[in-house]
Design a protein around this ligand. Structure first.
Ligand code: NI
Length: 133
């Protein structure tokens, strides 16, 4: 295990952890479930079109709203909503206002899919702990 907050008596508050982030589009790992990481992120503006060939990507909106753009439609999400981006589908998250999200992603998932020249955040960076509040 790479992080130590999965002990039986640990309690995390994803909302507070997301609120404490200072950088946009820079997910932080807060926990892990078998082969998946649980992350929080703060989003604003438009990210980048990308896809994850082999992994689904779960978004749970903690605060604000998010539009998940697809080539042929968009999904409007608000606080309390959950959305899974299916593997292999091009998508672009857009937040017109500050948005806090919790993400569940396979540990193999690259932040920006195969599109590495953009602002993808390495897993090493994502694992740097923001201290639990
Ligand atoms: Ni994605």
């Amino acid at each position: 295990m790479t992080i130590d907050n999965n002990s039986i008596d640990s309690r995390l508050n994803p909302f507070k952890l997301a609120e404490s982030l200072s950088e946009y589009w820079s997910p932080k790992v807060i926990s892990e479930v078998d082969e998946a990481y649980v992350k929080v992120a703060k989003l604003k503006g438009s990210f980048v079109w990308h896809q994850h060939d082999n992994e689904d990507e779960l978004f749970y909106i903690l605060k604000g709203s998010l539009v998940m753009e697809y080539k042929d439609k968009q999904v409007n999400l608000k606080a309390g909503d959950l959305h899974v981006v299916p593997k292999g589908i091009l998508h672009n998250p857009v937040a017109s206002v500050d948005c806090l999200v919790m993400l569940i992603e396979n540990k193999a998932t690259l932040h920006t899919g195969g599109n590495r020249q953009t602002s993808g955040c390495s897993i090493e960076e994502q694992l740097q702990s923001s201290n639990p509040i």
